[in-house]
Design a protein around this ligand. Sequence first.
Ligand SMILES: *Cc1c(COP(=O)(O)O)cnc(C)c1O
Length: 490
Amino acid sequence: MTPTEPDATTPELRKLPRADRLLLAAERAGLLVRLGHAPVMEAIRAELEGRRVTVLAGAPCPPAEEIEAALLARLAAGVPGALRRVINATGVILHTNLGRAPLSPATADAMAAAAEGYSTLEFDLDQGERGDRHHHAAAALCRLTGAEDAVAVNNCAAAVLLSLAALSGARPSGQPPGGASPELPAPGLPEVPAPGLPEVIVSRGQLIEIGGGFRIPDVLRRSGAALVEVGTTNRTYLADVEEALTPRTRALLSVHRSNFRLDGFVTEPTLAELVALARRRDLWVVDDLGSGTLLPTAPYGLAAEPTVSERVASGVDLVCFSGDKLLGGPQAGLIVGRGPAVALVKRHPLLRALRLDKVALAGLSATLASYERGEALRELPIWRAIARPLDELEATARRWLLRTAAVAPRAEVRRGESAVGGGTLPGETLPTWLLALPCPDPAALLAALRRGPVPVVARISDGAVLLDPRTVLDGEEAGLLESLEAALRG
Ligand SMILES: *Cc1c(COP(=O)(O)O)cnc(C)c1O
């Protein structure tokens, strides 16, 4: 509508405080000095814009004092736009939007130590010479997975990209890459080096999108290899793979269907079959395992996720998995497998662009140390969350109920379900107990929780806001209850 048209929301919009009033409030609170003028102005504009949107949507304009208080709380939380700590009450353990795996105190300490000082990142203390940054986590990864060698990069997407880039330049036998595949019939034809790109074969049913619009095939094409899709969405046979082999084929790729399930009329060659075929035809096998786990998931009532050791034992050349999914460590991409394949990865120039930084490397080593001590279940927050006993979850939800009963008389404790999340174990849930807050406008309560002194992220179901104790970490309860009370009163 044009500005001259009368509009019922305009009088409400006029009640919004002016920016200079808010700026003055920030100055009085000492926040202008602490944060600087430009970031404070940006926060003021964001606050006013947010309020404008809600008023235009028909809500009454809150009193100026309330907007001022909200702005000050926003600024007091730190530099606007910087990462903020939140409490995850969604019950989704590996919440990609909330930073996936929270780290153990030992991991966080190791990362802080590496961040604050100098370290042996690429320095050998015994020799007093340059050392190798890639050896730090490698020995532990080999012991824990049975692999011959290992290297850590920035994330699993990088691990897959690098693996394919490195392996598509060579054959396992060391024969020139352009040479024809052994056993390939070439009756009467002269043997010519194959033109075109090296090829990687993958089943159509495994060409997944891993979230944020990020598609595995798009990543893989950047490796410089051509992706050859075989089979159909639900059925791929070993024969489909064999028929697609050409003299340019370098690798067979298996991708874990992390975030969805194919049920029913489904066939796929086993990893063992792919490995046997690859051995006969002088090809590599790369396994993009996605999450990967070092511990079995079945004891917690979850589907049996293949462990990294099982995949390594199947004889594939490289297994790629994430550091911050079921491993429970910092963001990283782990490449483990057979010596010659890892050696090619370590020699590839892309490794320099995709390598892991010292802080993550220190954290990764500390997380792996928990597994080596046999204490991962007790020490790593994500495994603690997975393994939390039901009676403990119920007791926590009941404690929260007691604390909120005065402000939320309709609140109740309910059975519910938590999820592992992070593109792992799709459709699999863990039974839990929830604090349910039925209310007329659950979206508004959810928003108020996000604006609390410590922002709380929760979810809505059937007209109630649900808080799941499973993902609320040790030491976060007081902050959660404070934000909850503030939101319920407001
Ligand atoms: C999650 C996932 C990735 C990407 O892992 P990042 O560590 O986030 O890069 C790749 N492949 C599969 C199968 C995944 O599940």
